[in-house]
Design a protein around this ligand. Structure first.
Ligand SMILES: NC(=O)c1ccc[n+]([C@@H]2O[C@H](COP(=O)([O-])OP(=O)(O)OC[C@H]3O[C@@H](n4cnc5c(N)ncnc54)[C@H](OP(=O)(O)O)[C@@H]3O)[C@@H](O)[C@H]2O)c1
Length: 248
């Protein structure tokens, strides 16, 4: 990838030289145990969207890390709300990233996992219809799929009345999908936090005051605060901060 806006490490060891993709990838590497990593971008004053979408918060450095996180994961977990609203397309990686995956013994593309209680999903959406790997829809036992959905995705049913996220993640691990990247959205993140399933948060902080109105990166019922230690701080030359927090 052509490196545009330089990214440097501020903490723990400051780097004066911009980080190349190899170093950046090692800072977000895979681990030898199951892990749920969550990735979000927010404004300085905590907004999850600008004009209803995350795009207004993201720039080239955030997209670069976003792509690297997709490259190193086994499965990309996304809530149905974000999939529908952001119009998710099929998960594609360029040849260089596919080669990295092949070199690391991985499939060419990660598996898309969509979390939905209602199964109000459109099988014609590109995320399903064009998917290079058959997506999985994590849902509850008593949800009825719309016509055509099971032609383009496998249903993983965990829980009755509500989706049992812990059981769903355990089944993904059993299928060999241990490095999970969750791209939100806020309600899914809130539920994963409440269930104590979040191992890591990668948060890009955009130097922008969005003002009142938009929600936060988390939503849903309140729960107990959970400590998540800081692992690194990166800064891009456009003023964006990239924080990685993870369980010990
Ligand atoms: N800044 C960022 O990095 C970022 C990242 C992602 C999203 N966003 C923004 O967030 C907004 C979307 O948020 P949202 O409020 O719709 O939240 P969401 O978490 O994206 O989606 C909520 C929907 O996802 C499914 N879902 C989530 N948690 C579930 C659970 N525990 N069990 C079963 N189903 C679950 C349900 O789908 P069903 O209705 O199908 O049951 C639910 O209605 C958009 O504006 C998007 O742009 C921002």
């Amino acid at each position: 990838m052509t490196v545009g806006i330089p990214i440097r490490r501020l903490w723990p060891e400051p780097s004066t030289e911009p980080l190349d993709d190899t170093t950046l990838t090692s800072l977000y590497g895979r681990v030898d145990r199951p892990r749920l990593r969550v990735n979000f971008v927010s404004s300085l004053d905590g907004a999850v969207t600008v004009d209803g979408y995350s795009a207004g918060l993201s720039g080239e450095p955030d997209k670069r890390v976003f792509g690297l996180l997709r490259m190193v994961c086994d499965a990309l977990v996304v809530a149905a709300g974000t999939l529908r609203h952001e119009g998710y397309r099929a998960v594609r990686l360029d040849e260089r990233r596919r080669a990295w995956r092949r070199d690391h013994g991985l499939t060419a593309y990660p598996t898309l996992v969509v979390v939905s209680g209602s199964l109000d999903l459109d099988p014609a959406q590109a995320a399903f219809a064009d998917a290079p790997v058959r997506p999985i829809v994590l849902t509850r036992a008593d949800a009825d799929p719309p016509p055509g959905l099971t032609d383009v995705a496998d249903l993983l049913r965990c829980g009755t009345g509500r989706v049992d996220l812990a059981a769903g993640l355990a089944e993904l691990h059993r299928r060999g999908l241990t490095q999970l990247l969750c791209e939100g959205g806020p309600h899914l993140f809130g539920a994963l936090t409440a269930a104590d399933l979040v191992d890591e948060l990668c948060l890009t902080v955009s130097p922008l005051l969005a003002g009142p109105g938009p929600g936060r990166i988390t939503a849903g019922d309140a729960g107990s605060p959970r400590h998540l230690p800081l692992r690194h701080v990166l800064a891009a030359d456009d003023g964006v901060l990239m924080l990685r927090h993870a369980r010990p």
